[in-house]
Ligand binder design. Structure first.
Ligand code: PAF
Length: 286
């Protein structure tokens, strides 16, 4: 697996693969890779002949008080994991390679309908930063398909909408969340947790599961379920950002008639912000 740092080298390598008739798969990441990322690369390898991964900690998607500087950078270990997973090419650009004129005047891509609420409410500008860097990466790699984790459910929805609205010729694949044995969704940010915080963290997933079970058993008191589990998460020792039951496609507040639902939550343990979600498909008669 080659690692390239410039757009010129990236384009040359992808052009060679394409000239050989290969289908190009792409997995964008911010590095500090775990089994969840490996699953994305594995999926890309199943669906494509030449897989490109990127590692870029994108300053545009971090707020002023967020963890841009402390975000773990572990390139050597990441390269090994990508190689083992079957990745063919790693693109690991510098900030100046991605934003040669700086970030202030950078053209932005915004998906307003899906970006303001949930994570967007407490992280203003975050999804604009994500959509901008992902569209730049798509233009650099020009993949046939790209794989994203369903753990970042709202991000996946934003990217799907961007691809649809801008007619980008790339297929977006969402890969299920990989979890620890106790249910905690794998995330690079889990590494920030102390032993005590790590023991509390699965409370989010427990609440998502409990709500999903209640819904599947016919409970349609969405407000009651949200109220009960917001309290449970707070009682576990976390600072809740949000817990919401939304329509799975539009992310609008769910109604009692909706059958395709997603339960989404974000909460802080100390300064660490954790997110998780669970899709629920109800039979209309339930
Ligand atoms: O999910 C991530 O790691 C990032 O938001 C992404 C998609 C690589 C864009 O920087």
């Amino acid at each position: 697996m080659n690692t390239v740092k410039t757009v010129l080298e990236l384009r040359a390598a992808v052009a060679r693969a394409r000239a050989e008739g290969k289908r190009i798969g792409f997995v964008p990441t911010m590095g500090n890779l775990h089994s969840g990322h490996v699953a994305l690369v594995t999926k890309a390898c199943q669906r494509a002949d030449f897989v490109v991964a990127s590692i870029f900690v994108n300053p545009l998607q971090f707020g002023a008080n967020e963890d841009l500087d402390s975000y773990p950078r572990t390139l050597a270990a990441d390269q090994e994991k990508l190689l083992d997973a079957g990745c063919n090419l790693l693109f690991a650009p510098t900030v100046s390679e991605m934003y040669p004129s700086g970030t202030t005047t950078q053209t932005r891509v915004s998906v307003p309908e899906l970006s303001q609420e949930l994570c967007g409410a407490s992280r203003p500008g975050h999804f604009e930063g994500v959509a901008t860097v992902v569209s730049k990466l798509f233009n650099m790699v020009q993949p046939d398909l790209a794989v994203f984790g369903q753990k970042d459910y709202q991000q996946l929805a934003v990217i799907k909408a961007m691809v649809r609205d801008l007619n980008l010729p790339v297929q977006i694949i969402g890969e299920p969340t990989v979890r620890a044995e106790d249910g905690l969704a794998l995330s690079s940010r889990n590494g920030y947790l102390s032993v005590e915080q790590r023991a509390i963290a699965p409370a989010i997933h427990r609440s998502l599961e409990a709500i999903a079970t209640a819904l599947a058993q016919g409970n349609r008191d969405l407000q009651g379920l949200m109220t009960e589990h917001r309290k449970r998460i707070v009682d576990s020792g976390m600072r809740l950002d949000y817990l919401e039951i939304r329509h799975a496609d539009t992310l609008r507040a769910a109604t009692e008639q909706d059958v395709e639902l997603v339960i989404l939550a974000a909460a802080y343990l100390g300064n660490t912000r954790l997110i998780d979600n669970l899709r629920v498909s109800l039979s209309p008669a339930a």
